[in-house]
Design a protein around this ligand. Structure first.
Ligand SMILES: [Cu+2]
Length: 283
């Protein structure tokens, strides 16, 4: 019996180690701003909110793994030690005060450990700090329109690049013609609304995902701490081209942002959403 126990234990540990190694490899492959092959974990964090989400996720993964292994070990013990063959005359024990207090108090402590960072994260996500600039993102069928009310009120449409227009380094189904550009290390308030149906504005590396609902102005925020390009997608089933309305956010230095704003003001002056773009968005 002892030998069989040890064999089962050794196999469990080997299995857990293999799973941990696979997970570590998958996490290491996590892309920055876009998904990568064989990735298991989240995309790399580019904002304090996403760093918190990643940390909280890892904490929960440890807790749930330990609980699962503990319950599995108890089950294995019961199956091996207390089956009818191994234990023909069962004990008549019914109550055990210490055990009953322990299995009430220990889960309460575990939930207490989880609830504190959970609420902190919720407040961090929902309390928009003093914003340095506001951008309005309007979900349309099937593309996004970005408005910069603080920087000259220009607005432009952002449509997914078709394969023929895409450069080699631009990811398929994610790259767009006009990226949303923001300065690094600045708090950006994003106001999100839907034009006709419900969409959702989501950028994994920023840790943001919020519904774009017609007639309701939703709000989220992010503060990107490193430059680069970060991709997201509409995350609410919104119709036939739901999969083809990506979000691309380029985070640049403050000087580059000012230069871009000056160009954009001219490029997108008096811009209105041409109806032919709506028609061609899905082709
Ligand atoms: Cu959508």
């Amino acid at each position: 019996m002892q030998v069989r126990f040890r064999q089962v234990g050794a196999r469990l540990i080997a299995g857990a180690a293999a799973a941990a190694a696979l997970f570590a490899a998958g996490s290491a492959l996590a892309g920055m701003g876009q998904p990568s092959d064989w990735q298991i974990g989240f995309q790399g964090a580019a904002t304090p909110v996403m760093e918190y989400i990643t940390w909280f996720h890892d904490l929960l993964l440890w807790i749930i793994t330990i609980i699962t292994l503990f319950v599995l070990a108890l089950l294995v013990i019961v199956i091996v030690k207390f089956n009818a063959k191994a234990n023909p005359v069962p004990s008549k024990t019914t109550h055990n005060t210490f055990l009953e207090v322990a299995w009430t108090v220990i889960p309460v402590i575990i939930l207490g450990v989880i609830v504190v960072p959970s609420f902190r994260l919720l407040f961090l996500q929902l309390n928009t700090p003093e914003a340095d600039l506001t951008i309005k993102a309007t979900g349309k069928q099937w593309f996004w329109t970005y408005t910069y009310p603080d920087n000259g009120k220009f607005e432009f449409d952002s449509l997914m690049l078709q394969d023929k227009d895409r450069k080699a380094d631009q990811p398929r189904l994610l790259a767009v013609d006009n990226e949303m550009v923001v300065p690094v290390n600045k708090t950006v308030r994003v106001q999100v609304i839907g034009a006709e149906v419900i969409h959702a504005f989501a950028v994994p590396s920023f840790g943001i995902k919020i519904d774009a609902i017609p007639g309701r102005l939703n709000e989220t925020w992010f503060k990107a701490t490193r430059e680069g390009i970060y991709y997201g997608q509409c995350s609410e089933l919104c119709g036939k081209d739901h999969a083809f309305m990506p979000i691309a956010v380029r985070v640049v230095s403050e000087q580059a942002f000012t230069a871009w704003v000056n160009d954009a003001k001219k490029k997108f002056a008096n811009s209105e959403t041409p109806t032919n773009q709506v028609a061609s968005a899905g082709q």
